[in-house]
Design a protein around this ligand. Structure first.
Ligand code: ATP
Ligand code: MG
Length: 328
């Protein structure tokens, strides 16, 4: 693992360094909301414009921009929406620009639907951390004794969390009690979430990957139809492992090889960065190297070849494409 100190004098990606998308300010799109990565606009009641920027944050710090990262993540997201659109309705309407998704505005559920195929994780809401503490009824799922870290569940489980300031585990009974969904609605939500997950696992397997776990955000459209929104099976919402090495490593008690999108965290660690400590300089070489990592992630996941945009004026292109889209 010495990819992070490879010198890189010039690259086809160099022209995109100066125009990496830090943020957008498109007054003509209406009210704006800024997430960590995406700028979201509400041009009307029906639609929502999701613009993926190139912002790169880690450890609660906004560090830099990675050229083309927003485009790559948008393309992975739309690729997946296309692969699941026969499983259930999705919010996807159009991709008028490689950085932009136009989505149907949904009445979102107040819970995130986490589906897990394996006993893993490292946060307070993760399955492994809870199991290891002795929890055997996890969000209504009764787990057998004697499981080990990274072991596959007999069949996938759903572990919902509330969508507040802090993620909080909840079970189906709690969801009904708090009025987040009726019992009938929750049954449909679970059924669709499992169906999406099965599809995701099938497609990941074709790419030599294991879809380990993921998070869905669903809501109801104007006709009251259950619809999946946000993003599906993207590296930001999911965990992936390399299938070929899983069994052997697992048997030996080693951690699985993960398809990591945390390149930047890894790089920061390699530079000796610790939370609150001195910040390493983020050079253009580092930004190009990280962009290449995202490109190879895209290619591994979709099996396609990433095509560089012809024009480096990303902001100008997005504005032009969005104006054309909304003129229709
Ligand atoms: N089709 C949709 N209709 C309504 N709301 C949606 C739809 N798709 C996604 N959302 C919501 O829009 C917001 C998108 O914001 P975004 O994910 O960029 O930032 P965030 O979730 O606030 O923070 P983070 O950067 O940590 O993800 C989320 O609150 C998401 O639940
Ligand atoms: Mg989000």
């Amino acid at each position: 693992m010495d990819w992070y100190d490879a010198a890189m004098p010039s690259s086809p990606l160099s022209p995109f360094l100066a125009t990496a998308l830090q943020g957008t300010d498109f007054g003509f799109l209406g009210k704006k909301y800024e997430g960590k990565v995406r700028d979201v606009y509400m041009p009307n009641d029906r639609e929502r414009v999701l613009i993926a920027t190139d912002r790169q944050s880690a450890f609660d710090i906004l560090w830099t921009t990675i050229p083309l990262k927003g485009q790559i993540l948008t393309q992975i997201s739309t690729w997946w929406f296309d692969k699941v659109k026969d499983v259930m309705p999705t919010h996807f309407i159009a991709m008028p620009d490689p950085n932009v998704v136009i989505a149907r505005n949904l009445k979102m559920l107040k819970v995130e639907i986490v589906v897990r195929g394996y006993l893993t994780g490292s946060t307070g809401t993760s399955a492994w951390v809870n199991y290891n503490k002795g929890v055997r009824n996890f969000c209504g799922n009764v787990l057998p004794e004697g499981m080990v870290k990274n072991q596959q569940f007999k069949s996938p489980i759903i572990t919902p969390t509330t969508k507040g300031e802090e993620d909080e585990l909840i079970d189906p009974a709690g969801i009904v009690e708090r009025g987040y969904a009726t019992k009938e609605q929750w049954e449909e939500i679970e059924d669709r979430a499992f169906a999406l997950f099965r599809r995701g696992q099938e497609i990941a397997a074709q790419r030599g990957l294991i879809l380990v776990d993921t998070k869905y955000e669903m809501g109801y459209d104007a006709e009251g139809k259950l619809t999946v929104g946000d993003e599906v099976h993207t590296p930001d919402s999911s965990r992936y492992w390399v299938a070929a090495t899983y069994e052997e490593r697992h048997t030996k008690g080693e951690e699985p090889e993960s398809l990591d999108k945390e390149f930047f965290r890894l790089w920061l660690r390699s530079q000796g960065f610790e939370y609150g400590g001195k910040r390493p300089e983020i050079t253009d070489e580092v930004r190009v190297m990280l962009a290449q990592k995202y490109i190879s992630l895209y290619e591994k996941m979709t099996g396609g070849t990433f095509v560089l945009p012809e024009n480096a004026d990303v902001t100008g292109r997005i504005e032009k494409n969005l104006k054309a889209y909304f003129q229709k």
